[in-house]
Design a protein around this ligand. Sequence first.
Ligand SMILES: *[C@@H]1O[C@H](CO)[C@@H](O)[C@H](O)[C@H]1NC(C)=O
Ligand SMILES: *[C@@H]1O[C@H](CO)[C@@H](O)[C@H](O)[C@H]1NC(C)=O
Ligand SMILES: *[C@@H]1O[C@H](CO)[C@@H](O)[C@H](O)[C@H]1NC(C)=O
Ligand SMILES: *[C@@H]1O[C@H](CO)[C@@H](O)[C@H](O)[C@H]1NC(C)=O
Ligand SMILES: *[C@@H]1O[C@H](CO)[C@@H](O)[C@H](O)[C@H]1NC(C)=O
Length: 225
Amino acid sequence: MNSLFFLTIFLVFIFQTSVTGVDIHYPFTTLSGFDLFHKDNITTIHFPSYGDLTVKSISYDRRKIDLLDPKNCVPRVFLNLNLTLTPFQYYYVLQNYTYLNCSTTLPHTNFMEVPCLSDSNSHVYTVDPQVSIPSSCKRVKTVAIPFKYSPYISDNSLGLRLTWKLREPEEIKQGNKTRDSYTARNTVFGLSICFVVMATIVGIIKVHLFTKNLHKKEEQLLGDF
Ligand SMILES: *[C@@H]1O[C@H](CO)[C@@H](O)[C@H](O)[C@H]1NC(C)=O
Ligand SMILES: *[C@@H]1O[C@H](CO)[C@@H](O)[C@H](O)[C@H]1NC(C)=O
Ligand SMILES: *[C@@H]1O[C@H](CO)[C@@H](O)[C@H](O)[C@H]1NC(C)=O
Ligand SMILES: *[C@@H]1O[C@H](CO)[C@@H](O)[C@H](O)[C@H]1NC(C)=O
Ligand SMILES: *[C@@H]1O[C@H](CO)[C@@H](O)[C@H](O)[C@H]1NC(C)=O
């Protein structure tokens, strides 16, 4: 009986370990077009609209990935990164901002120049789309992004937190497949348990009957004397 008990525990353990870890790697799969690259302990992810971003951390449970820009210019990432055709979206609430490219500097009191996008001839600003465009400026693009540029809160990762949509259609199908095989496995498991239990019961009954018969025979033998 003891060995049977341990066998059952062992089986339960095996089944549990094989069930955990189902499609843990979505959306970072070749299927979705987003592979993670590892090199010299640095993990990067490639976005066609921008280029490579460094992976700081990933939480599969909370569906979030923290990135940082190896080129140290998050406003440029915001300007170019287009997540429309990817499984990803910004983790934060977005707001539209207009990027301006100006030939002269604008008054500091109202406008903050983005240093990493500017040089001595062009001065770049992120402004509210309602702001009337000064004559020395051209509108580059209006984009929905988490933050406009601020010198006080600028580092190479602020705002670069993404989340991903639940699943692509083919992943849902795969999910169904794994769920189906999971169900099948559970059924097989349940049936084996039933079988083991029944075999045990039959065994116990047999032993019981055998000893009963033995007693009967003994009684008969004793009765004969
Ligand atoms: C990667 O990290 C490990 C452990 O932190 C370290 O021993 C190893 O030297 C690192 N390799 C590189 C290329 O930085
Ligand atoms: C992002 O890409 C989509 C599809 O290619 C396009 O329709 C959209 O205008 C782009 N968005 C921006 C802000 O460039
Ligand atoms: C940004 O502007 C576009 C076009 O006017 C609009 O469709 C979109 O909803 C706006 N996005 C946000 C986050 O306000
Ligand atoms: C701003 O304009 C200058 C000159 O036309 C150009 O070289 C630069 O790339 C532009 N910057 C942005 C962010 O569009
Ligand atoms: C996946 O299973 C759900 C119900 O379990 C069903 O409604 C859905 O149509 C299935 N999807 C596919 C792609 O088979």
